[in-house]
Design a protein around this ligand. Structure first.
Ligand SMILES: N[C@@H](CCC(=O)N[C@@H](CS)C(=O)NCC(=O)O)C(=O)O
Length: 202
């Protein structure tokens, strides 16, 4: 049985929850009490020694890091596919997944964590502004990449779109200025049933 450790407000967990719905994979969902610091108790650290969600446990085999979990689900449950068959298309998906974490979701976290969970007087504005500028630059590069396309890679919904999806919901909170192509792609992605159904309540 596949067990998924997650939190309903966690963007990285949402990636895995989207893939579960897209692929109709049954799983036992275990909510980790992040506000209660359950992620730092020994029982959970044995699943992910970094004390973060998501993590999975399948018959005693444990894995953490959302992108690795997505790859595992794809490798073990290939239908319906979230990766294209062509090798060049596949590595493009891999490239976008990596760039999403390096240039988008990482800096987005610097802005979203305080804005979603801390009172304004505890916001540290300087790194938040630096993160916003980094995201703006990335989005202008991505704008050219995605212009005229429905999805990020291979003309279909892939793991690259899954990685971006939870963070695209927060574009207004990030106060960035995406171009027209990003805006219509983001609109399409956030309206997808698997994304809507797993959307954090705040
Ligand atoms: N690189 C990790 C990031 C996971 C992550 O940052 N998870 C957050 C929730 S969205 C977390 O567990 N935070 C708990 C903490 O930092 O104490 C992944 O892709 O899975």
């Amino acid at each position: 049985m596949l067990r998924v450790y997650y939190h309903p407000l966690s963007t990285y967990s949402q990636r895995v929850r989207i893939a579960l719905l897209e692929k109709d994979i049954p799983a036992e969902m275990v909510e980790v009490d992040l506000p209660g610091h359950a992620q730092f108790r020994p029982e959970y650290l044995s699943k992910n020694p970094y004390g973060r969600v998501p993590a999975i446990d399948e018959d005693g085999w444990v894995l953490y890091e959302s992108t690795a979990i997505l790859e595992y689900l794809e490798a073990t449950r290939p239908s319906p596919p979230l990766l294209p068959p062509d090798p060049r298309d596949r590595v493009r998906v891999a490239m976008h997944m990596k760039l999403c974490d390096l240039e988008f979701s990482g800096p987005a976290r610097t802005i979203l964590l305080p804005k979603r969970f801390l009172p304004r007087e505890r916001w540290n504005l300087e790194p938040m502004e630096a993160a916003r500028a980094k995201i703006d630059k990335h989005l202008s590069i991505l704008e050219a990449e995605i212009r005229g396309k429905e999805y990020l890679a291979a003309n279909r919904f892939t793991l690259a779109d899954v990685c971006y999806a939870p963070f695209l919901q927060f574009l207004p909170t990030l106060e960035v200025t995406p171009g027209q192509a990003i805006q219509s792609w983001a609109g399409r992605i956030v309206e997808r049933p698997s994304v809507r159904e797993t959307r954090p309540a705040r």
